[in-house]
Write a protein that binds this ligand. Structure first.
Ligand code: ZN
Length: 140
């Protein structure tokens, strides 16, 4: 299997911390300095594929490194997981589950070049949509 997170290329991928089930690596390529990835050692594609021990260590590692980022790099930090089976794996997209940690500041490059445009995508929640979603997602 051609997975860069299962077969780590030590010239491209630098490991920051190794746990029992999870490791923290530098994203390469990265969006900004301090862009880290928390990656389970086992190849899974969705967060629901993790077992209990992996979930616990993953969440612990995400919290630990968010706190490190906030104390050493930036005043804000986004945590992001993408699940996009519709998108083929390439140099920027890896199927192996990983959690992004993005150090953030007001009007940083990511905001100025990308997220400033998200403003136009936000809309008020229409009542019909709320009803529909409540029917789909309520437990009984
Ligand atoms: Zn993998």
């Amino acid at each position: 299997m051609d997975c860069p997170f299962c077969n780590i290329n030590s010239e491209k991928t630098h490991i920051l911390k190794n746990g029992n089930y999870v490791r923290v690596i530098f994203s390469n390529p990265r969006l900004m300095p301090g862009h880290f990835l928390v990656v389970p050692k086992r190849h899974v594609e969705k967060i629901s594929d993790l077992n209990e021990k992996e979930q616990q260590e993953l969440f612990k590692m995400v919290i630990e490194f968010q706190e490190k980022i906030l104390s050493k790099i930036s005043s804000g930090c986004d945590i992001r997981i993408n699940y996009r089976p519709f998108q083929k794996q390439d140099g920027l997209k890896v199927n192996h589950l990983h959690i992004h940690l993005h150090p953030r500041e007001l009007f940083d490059e990511l905001y100025e070049k990308c997220q400033i445009f998200e403003k136009d995508v936000f809309n008020d929640l229409p009542p019909e949509e709320l009803d529909k979603m409540l029917k789909i997602f309520s437990d009984d």
